[in-house]
Design a protein around this ligand. Structure first.
Ligand code: SF4
Length: 393
């Protein structure tokens, strides 16, 4: 289907939004002209919103063209900082905006098309196509509405395998002709990570070239404004018997040769690096994982360790993040009151605080310790930024 400017202003990541700009024949150097001041301002605003609020607002400028054009300009600006953690933060903030519009999208054709063409999933809206829209529930003795979308069972399983809540289990789903019925919220939950990954990839694919002076100025401003990477370099002495339940679950799944969802793998790599394991130690845990490719796993672990890509060392995800991604297996006693797997077990943290009389947890100490490194990293990025510039794509 043909997307209109209203749609492109909402789903700015669509390639059609890029075509829209290419059709205007705008060059990167043109962005210093007064005609594009609103585009550049909105691009800057998108990034500031991402840094300060964690999401890009869903307000759309009256002039849709400004909204559409500001997205690729924002990508150029974020890419120019060469800060990997900022790219990740920005991709997440733009993905939240897309999620908002998808949740409120009233045109099922748009949802079907985005899924088919950009996520590669044959999603089907069921109403008005001769499909069942209700079923008779023998439990309640009532006719109940069926969720309005259907997704092929394999596509569903690929994404729901890491989701622990009972409602995601296939036995708790309506299935018909090899397709699983899902609500609009369900499908957005299922592809949340893919949207972020798609935007992150767009950022990584943005080529380096010389920026006009006004963009160069904004790029430097963003580098100063960007939060330091949330990372900690202190090696903690934690034996396997004290690994938190979420880490133990990831190890158990790997041992059984079962799939560990994305956040589980990310947790495993970041946590084990923090407790002093080497990249080799971590890669050696994965051979039984489905579709294991040694070079891919090694690259991913090295990337997380800050040895590849943007050289950012990634921090251990918080308990809240792991809960959001259904990868928390909370121990009601030992996990009580903690906000990071690094603080597990809670008793150990408390006794350590009492022993040392510091009143600080490990996380806080580690953060304090890592601050100078973070600042150094930021300064290095500023220097890199002076040497590198980006290309308009
Ligand atoms: S509460 Fe935190 S440490 Fe405990 S299992 Fe959940 S994510 Fe892991």
């Amino acid at each position: 289907m043909q997307f209109g400017s209203d749609d492109l202003a909402k789903y700015t990541f669509l390639p059609e939004a890029g075509d829209f700009i290419r059709a205007q024949g705008i060059e990167l150097s043109d962005l210093s002209r007064p005609d594009y001041v609103n585009v550049v301002n909105r691009a800057r605003e998108r990034i500031v919103e991402a840094i300060t609020k964690g999401r890009v607002s869903d307000q759309i400028a009256k002039n849709k063209e400004i909204e559409i054009m500001s997205f690729p300009v924002s990508l150029v600006l974020v890419r120019s900082t060469n800060l990997d953690h900022l790219m990740s933060l920005y991709a997440g903030a733009e993905a939240s905006r897309v999620e908002y519009f998808l949740s409120n999208e009233r045109n099922p054709r748009i949802i079907e098309d985005i899924f088919k063409d950009y996520i590669g999933v044959e999603l089907e809206h069921t109403s008005g196509k001769g499909h069942l829209s209700a079923y008779y529930s023998t439990t309640s003795n009532l006719f109940l509405s069926l969720p309005p979308f259907r997704i092929p069972i394999m596509e569903y399983l690929k994404r729901a395998v890491g989701l622990r809540k009972p409602e995601w289990k296939l036995v708790n789903r309506m299935v018909s002709n090899g397709k699983v019925f899902v609500t609009q919220e369900d499908i957005i939950h299922l592809i949340r990570e893919e949207i972020k990954a798609m935007i992150y990839q767009r950022l990584k694919d943005t080529k380096l070239a010389k920026l006009p002076e006004n963009l160069e100025r904004i790029s430097k401003e963003i580098i100063k404004m960007a939060p330091p990477p949330r990372e900690s370099f202190t090696i903690l002495k934690v034996g396997p018997e004290n690994y938190p339940p979420c880490v133990r679950e990831a190890l158990k799944l790997l041992e059984k040769g079962e799939n560990v969802p994305h956040y589980g793998r990310f947790l495993l790599a970041t946590y084990l690096l923090r407790v002093g394991k080497s990249v080799d130690d971590i890669v050696a845990l994965f051979p039984k994982a489905p579709n294991f490719k040694q070079n891919v796993t090694r690259y991913q672990v090295e990337h997380i360790a800050g040895l590849k890509g943007g050289r950012t060392k990634y921090s251990v995800p918080s308990c809240k993040t792991l809960q959001t991604h259904s990868f928390c297996f909370m121990d009601p006693i030992k996990c009580r009151g903690i906000s990071s797997p690094l603080q597990y077990p809670a008793d150990r943290r408390r006794s350590r605080m009492q022993d040392e009389g510091t009143g600080r947890g490990e996380e806080e100490e580690a953060r304090k310790g890592s601050q100078p490194n973070s600042n150094r990293e930021r300064e290095r990025a500023v220097k890199r930024n002076r040497r590198q510039t980006v290309d308009w794509t």
